[in-house]
Design a protein around this ligand. Structure first.
Ligand SMILES: [Ca+2]
Ligand SMILES: [Ca+2]
Ligand SMILES: [Ca+2]
Ligand SMILES: [Ca+2]
Length: 358
């Protein structure tokens, strides 16, 4: 019965997605729709091992479970690998990114409300961004280049829905001036550029991710300071700052970074996953809004050197986030199913894109 309900839900979602796609496709038929979609060339096929990294995960095929986004910053390329639980279902093709140097793919988010994850691109050199709509592992529409806030040092850092309309929005961050800004998006277009806001003061702060920590449906910002080993959750209300959270010390010892945030215990509030690349370990910290509720134990990762957590998302459709490990030498990944702060099932090692090349 449960699986029938799930299938019906998915059927409804697919129908809704198709209808929305038809609607949202129309406003996109601007000048950039005539832009030539880059074909997969020989250059992309010569990608070398070690260049590919797991950037994030999102549901790219509407089955309710996360799929993996690989990116190759050297060649400015990406690839979506469809997953079924801890196993690889279909390795999608390499898709060349925006033209020009300096582009990095960011973690995926749904920009056009069709239930399918899309991929934002950031160019820190030019302080510009693009959002590329995807249909499964294939490119649907590369959005136009959008310049960021005025002034030096701005980067598009992560995308999430900040204003509860179902469309992902972009978070800009300026580490030099400790400022941030939320820009509301409508698909590939800018809807409203939010004001400059303060961010945690002092050097060393980076944005880990944006996720909903206080269960109001609107994304909040997780800051991490790897140098001082601290984190802080700043609650947002659309493009405005709601409340800066307290600075919370990270797990004891050196080498920790707050990778991302996702709901690990099914209470609707995002939790924080830490990794220590020197130890090859992780820890899930359950949060209550911007406050620490329960720091989970340090858990060892896959056997061998070089493993760290790349991201977290729900891979087995139980509503609780799971961990993606990655290792650069050689390029590989593993999905470990989690139950709150504890390990449920360690999935197998899966070779990365380089191993499937010609
Ligand atoms: Ca939005
Ligand atoms: Ca929120
Ligand atoms: Ca939670
Ligand atoms: Ca799960």
């Amino acid at each position: 019965m449960k699986s029938l309900v799930r299938r019906l839900d998915i059927a409804v979602l697919v129908a809704a997605g198709a209808a929305l796609l038809a609607c949202t496709g129309r406003p996109e038929s601007g000048p950039e729709s005539g832009r030539v979609t880059p074909a997969l060339g020989a250059d992309t096929q010569r990608l070398t091992a070690g260049d590919w990294k797991v950037i994030g995960a999102g549901d790219f095929n509407l089955d309710g479970s996360a799929d993996v986004l690989w990116a190759n910053p050297v060649k400015s390329a990406m690839a979506v690998w469809l997953m079924r639980g801890t196993h690889l279902l279909l390795p999608g093709p390499a898709i060349p990114g925006p033209l020009g140097a300096g582009w990095s793919a960011l973690t995926p988010a749904d920009f056009n409300f069709d239930g399918l994850a899309d991929v934002p691109w950031s160019n820190a050199g030019t302080s510009t961004m693009e959002t590329w709509l995807l249909a499964g592992p294939h490119l649907l529409l590369p959005g136009p280049e959008i310049p960021g806030p005025v002034g030096e040092g701005w980067s598009a850092v992560t995308a999430a829905d900040f204003n509860l309309d179902g469309f992902a929005d972009m978070l800009w961050y300026n580490a030099g001036t400790n400022r941030m800004a939320v820009w509301l998006m409508a698909g590939t277009r800018l809807l409203q550029a939010g004001p400059e806001l303060p961010a945690p003061p002092g050097p060393g702060w980076i944005v880990s991710t944006a996720a909903d920590f206080n269960y109001d449906g609107m994304a909040d910002v997780l800051f991490n300071n790897p140098t001082s080993n601290e984190m802080s959750v700043w609650l947002m209300s659309g493009t405005e700052l709601l409340a800066p959270g307290p600075v919370i010390p990270g797990p004891s010892g050196a080498g920790w970074s707050a990778v991302t945030a996702a709901d690990f215990n099914l209470d609707g509030m995002a939790d924080v996953i830490w990794t220590n690349s020197a130890h090859g370990s992780m820890a899930v910290w359950l949060m209550n809004g911007p406050l620490l509720r329960h720091p989970g134990p340090e858990l060892p990762g896959p056997i061998g050197a070089g493993w760290s957590v790349a991201y977290a998302a729900d891979f087995n459709f139980d509503g609780m986030a799971d961990a993606i490990w990655q290792n650069a030498a050689p390029t590989r990944m593993a999905v470990w199913l989690m139950s709150g702060t504890h390990l449920l099932l360690p999935g197998p090692e899966i070779p990365g894109p380089a191993d499937l090349g010609p």
